[in-house]
Design a protein around this ligand. Sequence first.
Ligand code: FAD
Length: 489
Amino acid sequence: STQEKTLQICVVGSGPAGFYTAQHLLKHPQAHVDIYEKQPVPFGLVRFGVAPDHPEVKNVINTFTQTAHSGRCAFWGNVEVGRDVTVPELREAYHAVVLSYGAEDHRALEIPGEELPGVCSARAFVGWYNGLPENRELEPDLSGDTAVILGQGNVALDVARILLTPPEHLERTDITKAALGVLRQSRVKTVWLVGRRGPLQVAFTIKELREMIQLPGARPILDPADFLGLQDKIKEVPRPRKRLTELLLRTATEKPGPEEAARRASASRAWGLRFFRSPQQVLPSPDGRRAAGVRLAVTRLEVSLMFPKDTSFPGLCHPSTPAWCCPHSPQQGVGEATRAVPTGDMEDLPCGLVLSSVGYKSRPVDPSVPFDSKLGVIPNVEGRVMDVPGLYCSGWVKRGPTGVIATTMTDSFLTGQMLLQDLKAGLLPSGPRPGYAAIQALLSSRGVRPVSFSDWEKLDAEEVARGQGTGKPREKLVDPQEMLRLLGH
Ligand code: FAD
């Protein structure tokens, strides 16, 4: 029967990696793919990471929805793998299991004062304005006039942009109502983005930088001294970095035309890149109750082909840290690797809010799955988990937390390909597997009620309806209990 021939596969995580892997696997005519997701809603960082003022990036949701509508694909939200069901249980029920659960943690700064109120991870801040349930009550304190972001990647720029965008420009995005309310009251006028290295090592991309430079009501603060000698160096670097550096250089050193000069002069807000500074400590307010600044060590660059273990900057400079948002990894395009070494000088930067944006980090999901805690990835060869036949991985948990959705797509298709190759080579278990039927029984015995894709479509419709009154594309539901109630669970 067809049931006996069905290739039962499950994917853990419904972000881009999960959906693109599923899309590739469904090319096999006998494949059935179940996608398990811990949130009651799908799409991972497309919903909870991508900035609300970048709606075009979220168009990939249409492709994912098409995949979910395949008769051979099912979405099971509200199921946390490792808690509600284990990886061994999944492996028992399916011919193959793909782990695509992303990077749910942030890298700590590991400096004194990090735990003070007024310090938070960029990850939590992003989760807050995007309605991630666990961060919905963050309520960052925006009563000070200065915010410091530690990190110079795209996430750092996203956060800076959201902090400085006039709130009325966010009104028609899917930012949460609560976040918009707090941003309307914000007194933040200046945002510093601090990096340990220089302009040639920033980790953000040109599109995001350009957007920042053109941000309404805000002007850039760049120190021309940071750019001395750069003109000659950029001749040697690859084109994308060259263009990025040229834009920085122009902004820092060229006199703006009259129109731009007038725009900058009337701007009430500002953002700046603070280079060659490494955070040493979050400084407490006089009463010791909250953050009041950051102590920075001044650095200079040293060229090194090897990265010796650097203990002078705890937590900040692991050489293998890949960087979607971390300025500390060797950047392509700078010729040799460079590292920041302290000059001995210190500087205190007062601020009311400190946001650490030095990278995301994956967590181990289940003791039965190998995990490289140093690199924060599941050890694998082209998506095949080392030493565990039938187990695969894709996306950020496979490569580390770096790369845009397009990178994640390519990488996930590759994992799908490897899995189908293994199937052809007879490396997957033969004989029928029960798939969801077995897992459903387990979940129901544990009192877990999965959310299907058609359930999500009801929540989606509710969000869109709630947004309509105020001209927003949607008003996100942020409380899982409310979501389940709406579904009659
Ligand atoms: P994720 O998208 O994180 O998906 C992982 C999924 O697994 C999540 O839904 C999670 O809830 C689920 N999960 C986790 N643990 C479990 C578990 N135990 N059981 C079940 N499910 C679980 N890229 C762009 O191209 N453009 C952008 O503008 C852009 N902006 C970004 C902004 C931010 C703030 C960040 C952090 C990233 C951004 N990216 C952007 C990068 C992009 O989001 C990633 O490349 C992509 O989301 C990685 O996909 P993933 O599926 O590996 O991880």
